[in-house]
Design a protein around this ligand. Structure first.
Ligand code: SF4
Length: 128
């Protein structure tokens, strides 16, 4: 299976830390081990990242016009982020700052992006 790299790998690391904070405070397991439900959620999120049409130019999912998550997982992501987001600032300031900067990215529709990549002679693989 393809591996996440660069910005997408960082995004996954950020989500992993957020889930760890949320799960540790809500699901009562060991601090370094997420519960089954949270592990499944992370596996789902990883799949979404691998298939994200934006590749390395991915906006934050919250601002995405596609939103590829199923409703249940989307709600799960919203709950986790609302809780863990403010706590990330102190615990993981670098990841938190980078996520903030990602929020400032201009969000294009995937069709617009595809057109721009085609004009530049790029394939989706070039930016995955
Ligand atoms: S919600 Fe949008 S940005 Fe997030 S993974 Fe899905 S397509 Fe990519």
């Amino acid at each position: 299976m393809a591996k996440l790299r660069s910005r997408l790998a960082r995004e996954y690391r950020t989500l992993e830390r957020m889930v760890a904070i949320f799960c540790g405070d809500h699901h009562g397991g060991p601090a370094d081990q997420a519960c089954d439900e949270c592990v499944q959620f992370l596996a789902y999120a990883e799949q979404r990242l691998l298939k994200c049409p934006y590749g390395q130019e991915k906006p934050t999912c919250a601002k995405c016009p596609v939103h590829c998550y199923k409703p249940m997982q989307r709600e799960q992501a919203r709950i986790v982020m609302r809780y863990a987001g403010p706590r990330m600032v102190l615990r993981y300031p670098f990841l938190s700052l980078m996520h903030f900067l990602d929020k400032l990215r201009k969000v294009e529709h995937p069709m617009e992006l595809r057109r721009r990549r085609k004009t530049a002679g790029q394939t989706p693989r070039d930016t995955a």
